[in-house]
Ligand binder design. Structure first.
Ligand code: SF4
Ligand code: SF4
Length: 434
């Protein structure tokens, strides 16, 4: 019996969310994966200097005073950090509005790994049989992105810190080229010496992914096993000038943990970003936990999740720092019930992903699609194909980044944001204009 029908019979979440017709179109493309052309360069990053900023390494953290300012919403950003954020987001946006043609990436996700050291039961975004990105492909990717409008580089996996030296080299190289760098991690390998190196190289944001306070079945991303690393990371953020936020996936079995993590973030003056656990957009052959998955949200959980979302909205309104707007939090309830209104997805035009082998796709949910969108140095994104595809996938998709990007891809909203920032000396600039 097809897996889709088995899941309907058992009332499990479906194995993929796309309409069957589009799913088949995107995953049964007859063409083999496109290949990269041979490289002209030596394929190596320059050896990063460390420390580039010995003064920062030696400087007192001044943590308590800075934490008090951050909690009062008055974190100080010096001129070079403000410039780093504006250069990463604002200038590429402006260029994308005035340059001819439809392909002007603002943010790129560089999948340096498709392996992971953990096994979160909802996660299909790793396969430990797949080799990581070579140094050559990573360097060529950054060089190619630099030749476009893109100046926001997000490392992705799997777990990017499986090879901390590669990430250090890549972030050092990219920061020198003016990229604003974003690092998501499960933090198991985020040792203090790794934090110092990455911060010194220019990482702007650490996305600290955590789903529970203590590890529980199916949810491996817990705070307790990495508590020492977390404490070090948040102490050093003010002197290095990076920001930290918790990235929390709301599952059926961590509703209390979500509240506790929210309060811990609040106590430490950092923001939170929430996602709603979802089954894969596209069926994943390598995903082991389709059956009897304790993390997926079922209809009988909706009321409890609604209650949690209402709690989060209240906290948001009372001043807790959150990446999600009140509207986005509210929309989670409808998404959980399978309702998403069409929206302005910019994937494939202003945001892209680069897979470990250098092939391209518009977004993370499409990582496993076999459709040919080209390779670095030779993209094949075409607006008619993207538009046709999005007629269907937008109504199944809750991608936070792409929703934020779509919402902000609007001159009036951007202008308002700039005026607001200018009004308080750009001291609210911590990254995106979402
Ligand atoms: S740590 Fe991240 S990549 Fe690894 S299994 Fe968990 S969610 Fe997936
Ligand atoms: S709506 Fe956009 S981000 Fe979501 S799956 Fe479709 S192309 Fe990707």
């Amino acid at each position: 019996m097809p897996i889709q029908e088995q899941h309907v019979q058992r009332e499990d979440p479906p194995p993929f969310r796309l309409d069957v017709q589009l799913h088949d179109l995107l995953t049964k493309a007859p063409a083999p994966r496109p290949q990269l052309l041979p490289s002209n360069g030596d394929g190596k990053f320059p050896e990063p200097v460390f420390p580039q900023h010995p003064d920062l390494l030696a400087q007192d953290d001044n943590y308590e005073e800075n934490l008090a300012s951050a909690k009062a919403g008055k974190r100080h950003w010096n001129a070079s950090l403000v410039y780093r954020a504006v250069n990463g987001w604002m200038f590429p946006y402006m260029k994308s509005r005035v340059l001819p043609g439809p392909f002007h990436p603002i943010i790129a996700y560089l999948f340096t790994e498709w392996k992971c050291n953990l096994d979160c039961h909802y996660c299909w975004a790793f396969d430990n049989s797949v080799k990581g990105m070579t140094e050559e492909v990573a360097k060529r990717s950054i060089d190619w992105l630099h030749s476009t409008t893109c100046r926001v580089l997000a490392f992705m996996g799997g777990e990017p810190l499986l090879r901390p030296q590669l990430i250090h080299k890549a972030s050092y190289y990219a920061a020198k080229k003016g990229f604003w760098i974003y690092l998501p991690t499960n933090a198991r390998l985020l040792r203090p010496d790794v934090i110092d190196r990455l911060a010194d190289s220019g990482v702007a944001i650490f996305n600290f992914a955590v789903d529970a306070v203590d590890e529980k079945p199916g949810l491996a991303k817990a705070l307790t096993p990495v508590r020492k690393y977390f404490d070090y990371l948040i102490r050093k953020q003010y002197k290095y000038g990076y920001a930290v936020f918790f990235n929390i996936n709301i599952c059926r079995n961590n509703l209390e943990d979500v509240k506790q993590l929210t309060e811990i973030a609040r106590d430490h003056g950092i923001a939170t970003d929430y996602h709603l656990n979802e089954s894969p957009m596209i069926e994943q052959d390598h995903f082991k936990h389709y059956d009897e998955n304790d993390t997926f949200i079922h209809p009988q959980d909706f009321a409890k999740v609604d209650e949690l979302v209402d709690w989060l909205i209240e906290k948001n309104k009372s001043g807790y720092k959150m990446v999600n707007s009140v509207k986005r939090l509210q929309d989670m309830k409808a998404f959980m019930r399978g309702k998403v209104e069409p929206w302005n997805c910019r994937a494939g035009q202003n945001s892209i992903i680069i897979r470990v082998d250098g092939t391209l796709a518009p977004c993370f949910p499409m990582y496993s699609a076999t459709h040919d969108w080209g390779v670095i140095e030779n993209h094949k994104f075409e607006v008619p194909q993207l538009n046709e595809m999005k007629k269907s996938c937008q109504t199944h998709c809750f991608s936070t980044l792409n929703h934020n990007l779509g919402f902000c891809y609007n001159d009036t909203r951007v202008l308002k944001w700039v005026m607001k920032q200018a009004g308080h000396g750009f001291q609210g600039v911590s990254g995106s204009f979402a």
